[in-house]
Design a protein around this ligand. Structure first.
Ligand SMILES: C[S@@+](CC[C@H](N)C(=O)[O-])C[C@H]1O[C@@H](n2cnc3c(N)ncnc32)[C@H](O)[C@@H]1O
Length: 244
């Protein structure tokens, strides 16, 4: 699938889903917990969220700042960005800057943002490694990247392989591209891009049985220090060196 086809597919996908205000998905909750636990405030930070979808989390971020103009919300799909803008206006968050951007080729200069956030997006692009280098490039020295993606070194990976062996296609709610990323692979790319790990954690340890809905498993989630590598929802927080 080429870039234009993927963009058209995403425009259709977002329009079908309509307005969304949620900022409470497992990956959003992880970022919120991380910010709380690390005692980090968004105040005074210039923040870029890419792959913002229909804007729910960008609106939450903007609602936490003295000025919504600190937040730039971007997505590849113009339909998503327009829906996001509508939500922002409904919530009285007029200052958010909404942009159409490709995560693999971001139109912002080097060292532009204090925080760069991307949730559940790098797995949906043809070149996820290139996307990570772009995210690192636009971070200011000392800036933080908060990145989430599904981890297929997990029971979902086993499920994906089993579908493949049965000649069936894996689908994530009809999205056009679904790369089988693994947390360790992404950590390697973050290192290659010159970023240092500040935090790594995960949620979502599911037992999967054919014909049943995935169910969270306490057994798979333990012991925590080891189980984080096979959680389905990892959060990577990585920092750019202050001398970069
Ligand atoms: C699974 S959705 C995640 C949306 C949102 N971040 C969330 O957590 O709910 C994936 C998003 O990636 C966007 N996307 C796909 N390809 C992209 C690209 N090349 N650059 C930027 N965003 C892209 C899609 O339009 C979609 O909004």
């Amino acid at each position: 699938m080429n870039t234009v086809e993927s963009q058209v597919a995403y425009d259709r996908w977002h329009r079908a889903q309509g307005i969304e205000t949620t900022s409470d998905n497992p990956w959003h909750r992880q970022i919120k917990s991380y910010l709380r636990d690390a005692n980090l405030s968004i105040s005074g930070k210039k923040v870029f969220e890419i792959g913002c979808g229909r804007g729910g989390f960008s609106c939450w971020l903007a609602s936490q700042t003295p000025s919504a103009a600190q937040v730039v919300a971007a997505d590849f799909s113009l339909a998503a960005v327009e829906l996001g803008k509508e939500v922002g206006q409904q919530l009285g968050l007029q200052g958010i800057q909404w942009e159409q951007q490709d995560i693999q080729q971001i139109r912002h200069p080097d060292r532009s943002f204090d925080w760069v956030i991307s949730c559940e997006t790098i797995e949906h692009v043809p070149q996820p490694r290139k996307a990570i280098f772009e995210l690192a490039r636009i971070l200011k020295p000392g800036g933080l990247l908060m990145l989430t993606h599904p981890n297929y070194f997990s029971t979902f990976g086993i499920y994906r392989v089993s579908l493949f062996l049965r000649g069936r296609k894996f689908e994530e709610e009809g999205q056009p591209i679904n790369q089988p990323l693994r947390s360790l692979q992404v950590q390697g790319w973050l290192r290659e891009a010159g970023l240092k790990r500040r935090h790594f954690g995960s949620r979502g340890h599911y037992s999967i049985w054919p014909g049943r809905a995935p169910c969270e498993s306490k057994v798979l989630a333990s012991p925590r220090w080891l189980a984080k590598w096979w959680g389905f929802h990892p959060l990577h927080v990585a920092q750019k060196s202050v001398d970069a």
